[in-house]
Design a binder for this molecule. Structure first.
Ligand code: 5RP
Length: 225
């Protein structure tokens, strides 16, 4: 595990108190957090954002709870693929974007952990993952192309994310379409427009959701609020 990821994870661990319910993010930085959390012996319970994290947490002895209407998530901790100066994010490199967004949005506090390479001036170099219902996915992709062109992304490349023997399925059974945009000029407007398309289940744009980002460096972690 990289020192940078571990340093970011350690900074987030300092926010964890006994008795908390934690949203547990997905990806390698979140895995670093999970391992540090388990080693710390903190008395917490977790809400996992993917089947993979659910399995790892169980293996590490971190108790899990199934979220319902009464569940209060004190703190959600998760990684990111890109983070800009406003704290807006691209997530979903690991295909867990929908559950991650549900948990992060419900949490009282959402802390992002990422190595410093994820810090960008403007979002968009990382292909934007969009989760799409499998039924008639081709029609949804066609509508996405039209909406993208209306928003100034006529050159966007859309790719149905492959997996061994077919296409990648999310834990919810949907496809992922990765949008190569190059540069996102108005992330909030783009998120709204894509989310309005029937067939789009959710996007990897996390706008105004993050409270704090810890960027792991060789020396420790830099905090952005
Ligand atoms: C998964 C995610 C991950 O948090 C994101 O891809 C970052 O992963 P990593 O910590 O491995 O760089 O959004 O859907």
């Amino acid at each position: 595990m990289s020192t940078l990821k571990e340093n970011a994870a350690r900074a987030a661990l300092a926010e964890v108190e006994d008795g908390m319910t934690l949203g547990l993010g997905s990806g390698s930085t979140s895995e670093a957090f999970l391992r540090l959390l388990a080693a710390s012996g903190r008395d917490v319970q977790g809400v996992p954002t993917s089947d993979e994290v659910s399995g790892l947490a169980t293996e590490l002895g971190i108790p899990l709870t199934v979220p319902d209407e009464a569940t209060v998530i004190d703190l959600a901790v998760d990684g990111a693929d890109e983070a800009d100066p406003r704290g807006d994010l691209i997530k979903g490199g690991g295909a867990a974007l929908l559950r991650e967004k549900i948990v992060a949005s419900a949490a009282r506090r959402f802390v992002v952990i990422a190595d410093a390479s994820k810090r960008v001036g403007q979002l968009g170099a990382f292909p934007l993952p969009v989760e799409v219902e499998r039924f008639a996915w081709g029609l949804t992709v066609r509508r996405m192309r039209e909406v993208l062109a209306e928003h100034g992304y006529a050159e966007a490349e859309l790719t149905l994310r492959p997996a061994q023997g077919g296409f990648r399925l999310t834990d919810g059974g949907n496809y992922i379409v990765d949008l190569r945009l190059g540069r996102i000029t108005d992330a909030a407007a783009l998120d709204r427009a894509l989310t309005m398309i029937p067939g789009v289940v959710g996007t990897g744009l996390f706008i105004g959701v993050a409270d704090t980002i810890y960027f792991g460096t060789e020396a420790g972690a830099e905090r952005q609020d």
